[in-house]
Design a binder for this molecule. Structure first.
Ligand code: ATR
Length: 278
């Protein structure tokens, strides 16, 4: 029987992970099958008991990325620093947790960055779970010029937790708007721009320098109002699809030892989302 892999979370019906991973299993001649399974917090314990003996690996999405940690035997240091796990590898009945979201995001930037990421002056908008994964992954990669801005400034302070004073600066939204021209990479991690508020943007781009890379983690809508605005101001834009693909590719590599084809996955999922290159 082929090896079984899953993504678990709630809701899970619209996940594109099965399409992507099953295509990679097929293209790499690996006998594996990846499914989506609806699991809420209350079912997690029993599902973990079952998975320990029957599943080779799985991804974890909302609302389980933090909850899952208590059921794992070992957690990678970066995932510990992020405080969340999205990828689990079953090593002979021992469950090993990793977080590929932030590094996946950084790898996905290869589509648009023209210089090494350590040389970028970065603005992160938001201070939730996604911002946390990206911030700690950037720090892990040695990036030293990072500013975090958020509607609730206190949450940005909590995110940094009094550490990384040399690398991370915190700014109000209005200060970030005023000083926007000094950043070379802007990372939008909030839910602003998703349905039903597709016309909202998290901050004004009036002071944006042309050729700045503006990236939004959202991929539905495929091009948010924020990205449309940035594009009109001659920025280089990228949506959240590369991050989604690379976090999956890194998980696939953990399970199989093979880094799969991300370009073909982009074409496949772009078609599925009905998008145009972004
Ligand atoms: P995720 O795990 O997807 O990052 P989250 O942890 O709920 O989600 O974080 C949501 C982020 O979006 C936060 O930075 C939040 O800002 P606050 O800390 O001020 O709540 C931001 N966010 C959500 N709705 C927002 C809105 N309408 N305007 C501005 N920021 C918003």
């Amino acid at each position: 029987m082929e090896d079984q892999y899953y993504v678990i979370g709630q809701p899970i019906g619209h996940s594109m992970s099965p399409t992507m991973h099953n295509e990679w299993f097929l293209k790499n001649n690996i006998s594996g099958h990846y499914s989506a399974k609806e699991v809420g917090v209350s079912e997690l314990e029993s599902v973990m008991t079952e998975f320990r003996s029957s599943v080779k690996g799985f991804n974890v999405t909302a609302p389980l990325k933090v909850e899952i940690m208590q059921y794992l035997d070992e957690i990678d240091p970066l995932a510990k620093a992020i405080g969340a796990v999205n990828t689990v590898i079953n090593k002979n009945g021992l469950l090993y947790g990793k977080n590929t979201d932030g590094i996946g995001y950084c790898r996905g930037l290869s589509f648009v960055l023209k210089k090494p990421i350590e040389q970028e002056k970065i603005l992160i908008i938001g201070a939730g779970g996604a911002a946390r994964a990206i911030l700690y992954s950037l720090l892990h990669l040695g990036v030293k010029q990072i500013t975090v801005t958020n509607r609730t400034l206190e949450k940005a302070h909590e995110l940094v937790d009094g550490k990384f004073m040399n690398e991370v600066n915190i700014m109000s939204i209005s200060d970030a708007e005023e000083k926007l021209g000094q950043f070379s990479l802007i990372i939008q991690t909030t839910s602003v721009g998703m349905k039903p508020n597709e016309n909202s943007i998290p901050l004004s781009l009036a002071n944006l320098s042309s050729n700045t890379v503006v990236s939004d983690l959202i991929y539905s809508p495929f091009k948010t109002a924020f990205l449309k605005d940035a594009e009109q101001r001659n920025a280089i834009i990228q949506n959240g699809l590369p991050m989604f693909i690379y976090q999956g590719a890194l998980a696939f590599q953990e399970w199989t030892g093979i880094f799969p084809n991300t370009i073909d996955a982009y074409t496949l999922l772009e078609r599925k989302l009905g998008g145009t290159k972004c």
